[in-house]
Design a protein around this ligand. Structure first.
Ligand code: SF4
Length: 427
């Protein structure tokens, strides 16, 4: 079941869209267009068993510094087509982006600052591994203006951490948060997970409580997706210890109610924020957005993804860089973009994409005649199960149905093959 971080979803990208099209769409961006930049670093010190990201383990500095050189070159290529434009958001993800080290972070940021207008930069975010957050790193992040960090927590219970190959006691995360705050980076997001091996509802509640002691501004709660045939590292997970569909649902609900009791506002499918956080305010005003990183307050006209596997969103469609680091680097070395696939929007895609985005963000949406008629049988089945309410053209998730919003989005998805996805697959 797609997470609907885009529409059309990534499986519908094709090789018809390549580097030429990426370059043309960049050139067609109006001079006044605002940009959001995403930089992907596909390296980690070691691989967590549960990881579903595009990354690989390395302890050698050579491949990482070679990759940084290619990222720098890609920034130059981007600037040749769209330089001087206003960048309002920068996000670093991976992998573990901080693995490139403080000097490389500063160098890449300086290159962006040299080629683009950062006067209106409203958010500069990075994903961090608490185990690798040092004073030196925190100071470097503060020096380049990073103002929001997301730390991976998953679960604080020792037995779960052992089962997922990522041992980081509460004290490790607490120390990382303190270092960041001491460096002046106050906005902290924590990422939690449910559906992990040996994880119980009690673990989930306890983790939510402990996480709240660190007073994060936002929390994300993701369900573990076990796909060892796609992610071989997940073979290290004991499949027999995974919670079943009903337990997953109970865990997701336990985390939600605990975080709400602790004063966090639920946002969309899987985020929580303090009521005065910009994301909670955007959600309340119907201005929440959804992109490849999940929910966001980013309102930029185009999202440009840099690095292996990174996806860009233009007004005309999506493009994606080569997923493997070697192919990405070879393309950039030859002075061309590394785009290998994408999709050009049809008018129907634009309409359905906007409806699906609103549904994923607001958990309700008004449909037009055509989409309503087309989706009617699928929506009626969800309504019969008590997951949505249909009132004329308006559909809204019920409180029991909010965990199943991806099923309602799938009902509006004209490109999804009629499958036999069961409801449990969506939680
Ligand atoms: S979960 Fe995060 S730190 Fe662990 S391997 Fe994946 S990207 Fe790296």
């Amino acid at each position: 079941m797609p997470r609907y971080t885009s529409y059309p979803t990534a499986p519908h990208f094709t090789a018809d869209i390549g580097a030429d099209q990426h370059g043309k769409w960049l050139e067609r961006l109006p001079k006044a267009a605002t940009l959001s930049l995403y930089l992907h670093v596909p390296f980690c010190s070691s691989l967590c068993f549960y990881c579903g990201c595009t990354t690989k383990a390395t302890r050698r500095h050579g491949p990482v510094s070679a990759y940084v050189v290619r990222l720098e070159r890609e920034i130059d290529l981007l600037a040749e087509r769209a330089g001087g434009r206003t960048v309002t958001h920068i996000a670093w993800g991976g992998g573990t982006p901080s693995l490139i080290g403080p000097d490389a972070l500063k160098r890449l940021y300086a290159r962006i600052a040299e080629k683009f207008d950062l006067e209106q930069l409203s958010e500069h975010a990075i994903e961090l591994d608490p185990r690798e957050t040092s004073t030196e790193l925190a100071d470097a992040l503060a020096a380049i203006g990073v103002d929001r960090t997301s730390l991976g927590v998953q679960d604080f219970s020792a037995h779960v951490q052992t089962a997922i190959g990522r041992v980081q006691p509460f004290g490790t995360v607490e120390r990382a948060v303190n270092l960041l705050r001491e460096a002046g980076i106050s906005a902290i997001n924590l990422d939690l997970m449910y559906g992990l091996p040996h994880q119980t509802e009690r673990d989930v509640r306890r983790t939510a409580h402990l996480a709240s002691l660190l007073t994060p501004d936002r929390l994300a709660l993701f369900g573990y997706a076990h796909v060892p045939w796609v992610r071989p590292n997940q073979r290290l997970i004991d499949q027999t210890a995974l919670p079943g569909a009903a337990e997953r649902l109970e865990q997701a609900e336990a985390a939600r109610t605990t975080l709400m009791e602790l004063g966090y506002a639920p946002i969309g499918l899987d985020h929580f924020a303090r009521p005065n956080d910009p994301m909670a305010i955007a959600a309340a005003n119907g201005r929440l957005r959804r992109n490849f990183q999940g929910y966001t307050v980013d309102q930029a006209d185009a999202l440009i993804g840099l690095g292996a596997s990174a996806i860009s969103r233009f007004p005309q469609g999506f493009t994606q860089n080569a997923p493997d680091s070697a192919s990405y680097q070879r393309a950039i070395e030859t002075g061309t973009f590394a785009t290998v696939r994408g999709v050009a929007f049809t008018r129907d895609d634009i309409k359905r994409g906007a409806l699906i985005e609103r549904l994923m963000c607001d958990l309700e949406v008004d449909l037009d005649d055509e989409v309503l008629q087309d989706a009617s049988p699928r929506l009626a089945s969800l309504a019969a199960d008590g997951l949505i309410r249909i009132d004329g053209h308006h559909i809204a998730m019920t409180s029991a149905g909010r965990h199943f919003v991806r099923l309602a989005a799938a009902a509006l998805d004209a490109r999804l093959q009629a499958g036999n996805a069961r409801h449990s697959a969506a939680v």
